[in-house]
Design a protein around this ligand. Structure first.
Ligand SMILES: NC(=O)C1=CN([C@@H]2O[C@H](COP(=O)(O)OP(=O)(O)OC[C@H]3O[C@@H](n4cnc5c(N)ncnc54)[C@H](OP(=O)(O)O)[C@@H]3O)[C@@H](O)[C@H]2O)C=CC1
Ligand SMILES: O=C(O)CCC(=O)C(=O)O
Length: 445
């Protein structure tokens, strides 16, 4: 249910952003949480802060022409949504996936605004991408696509303006090609213009691991708040990309056992515990399919099946939006799940979130649980600005501290507003109030 002042705002969002259902979903979830804030802070409504927050500051849509290895020309559509810069330069990743359209980029940008606020760091929110499918493309094709994409994007970004990074389909290889093209056409070695770079050209240690490690740290905090830990827990992780791989690695270090992971073909089930080095080899080096895991080592590959049918105590969705529906959530709860940490952005449908909350399990929403990636990107910006390079140990320690703070902010805010244990409300309210206060201070812009 929405607060009476928020229902008309939501209706306008739906009308003005026709058909962008993922964006509507993300807005509704935040609006459902912030009703109690309006009672305490009428100034937010008076200055139309919420209406302003729902409208991106700038939306860029552009043509990306490129040529494949056979000489055929392709045209993709590129996006960058510069959502809110009240707290700092727009910050957020680029997604290359055929499903990308305005509504996906907008939902991701909107989530990013609150996530970045929650991190406590000086970064605004933005997101971008293209409806380009990198699967099966050669390195040269990826390079040509990235160069064409950056040929337009370069005029919109900068260390003090907008700092993109990776997201699904965009990792170190793509960031390298994007940075190379930016450097060439701007004639500036502006390290802080992109994050997620390789160490050889201004990258930061732990950025590759940060989203997954951070999510494991967040779940560890939620379990500790209930007097529990990862020790001996069966864990299911979806996906087998960047977030999933480093979630699995850290869960194992913290004493849990990841028994299943997936890709869009199906899932692999390994009761002895997923061998993360093999997944790295299959996915990061060979850019292959998770189905090969069982043939190479052990376990079973179940094609076309849903990974959430595997019994576990902790579920960590790390693939894509809306990948756990209401029925999956009921199955997880029935099978003994006690905690969920969202590594992906908005992987649980509203029905799934409701089922988890009604069952009283610890539920960490993405804008809190996966904030470690963007937070470590902000640390990369800090190192670039000071021409410094921190050790792995120091960087990981900073990440762990940040995730502990994010957890505390959500936990304490939920309690302050009379909803103890509700991390969704805590994350939305804490993120919202930090951005809203900055927007009030900056005047009507
Ligand atoms: N990278 C980062 O730093 C951050 C990422 N995120 C979020 O985490 C999620 C994953 O990102 P990331 O790991 O970087 O992306 P990657 O592209 O590295 O990996 C995505 C993984 O998810 C799998 N996948 C995609 N769709 C499905 C599906 N429908 N069912 C099962 N598996 C699927 C992919 O499989 P396949 O290869 O078959 O497509 C792949 O294994 C996204 O929601 C992203 O927005 C959030 C914060 C930061
Ligand atoms: O590191 C970044 O700037 C972006 C990370 C990201 O895209 C996300 O948090 O969803």
């Amino acid at each position: 249910m929405l607060h009476e002042r928020l229902e008309p705002i939501y209706e306008v969002v739906v009308e003005r952003n026709h058909g962008e259902v993922e964006f509507h979903q993300a807005v509704r979830e935040v609006l459902e949480s912030i009703g109690p804030v309006l009672a305490k802070h009428p100034e937010y409504a008076e200055h139309k802060v919420i209406e302003r927050l729902c409208e991106p500051e700038r939306q860029i849509v552009f043509r990306v022409p490129w040529e494949d290895d056979r000489g055929e020309v392709h045209i993709n559509r590129g996006f960058r949504i510069e959502f809110n810069s009240a707290l700092g330069p727009y910050k957020g990743g680029l997604r290359f996936h055929p499903s990308v359209y305005q509504g996906i980029v907008k939902f991701l940008g909107f989530e990013q605004v609150f996530k970045n606020a929650l991190s406590g760091l000086p970064i605004g929110g933005g997101k971008g991408g293209a409806d380009f499918d990198p699967k099966g493309r050669s390195d040269r094709e990826i390079m040509r696509f990235c160069q064409s994409y950056m040929t337009e994007l370069h005029r919109h970004i900068g260390e003090y303006t907008d700092v993109p990074a990776g997201d699904a389909g965009v990792g170190g290889r793509e960031i390298g090609y994007l940075f190379g093209q930016y450097k060439r056409i701007s004639n500036r070695y502006e390290s802080g213009v992109l994050t997620g770079k390789e160490l050889a050209y201004g990258g930061a240690r732990v950025r590759t691991e940060a989203t997954g490690y951070g999510c494991a740290f967040f779940v560890q905090e939620m379990l500790a708040a209930r007097g529990d830990s990862f020790e001996g827990k069966r864990v299911v992780v979806s996906g087998s990309g960047n977030v999933a791989i480093y979630t699995m690695e850290k869960v194992h270090q913290l004493g849990g056992i990841v028994v299943a992971c997936s890709d869009s073909d199906g899932y692999v089930h390994d009761e002895q515990g997923i061998d993360v080095e093999l997944v790295k080899q299959l996915k990061e080096v060979e850019r292959g399919r998770i189905g090969d895991y069982a043939q190479r080592l052990r376990g079973r590959f179940l094609r076309g099946r849903r990974v959430w049918e595997v019994p576990c105590e902790v579920a960590m969705p790390s693939a894509t939006q809306n990948e756990i529906n209401g029925a999956d959530a009921v199955t997880l709860v029935r099978n003994g799940c006690i905690a969920v940490g969202e590594g992906a952005n908005m992987p649980c449908t509203p029905e799934a979130v409701r089922a988890f909350q009604e069952a009283g399990i610890a539920f960490g929403p993405g804008k809190a649980a996966n904030a470690g990636g963007v937070a470590t990107s902000a640390l990369e910006m800090q190192q670039n600005a000071s021409r410094d390079s921190w050790s792995f140990e120091f960087s990981e320690h900073r990440l762990e501290e940040i995730m502990r703070d994010v957890h505390a902010r959500c936990h304490d805010t939920a309690a302050e507003y009379g909803m103890p244990g509700n991390y969704v409300a805590g994350a939305n309210i804490a993120g919202f109030t930090r951005v809203a206060d900055a927007m009030l201070g900056l005047g009507l812009i």
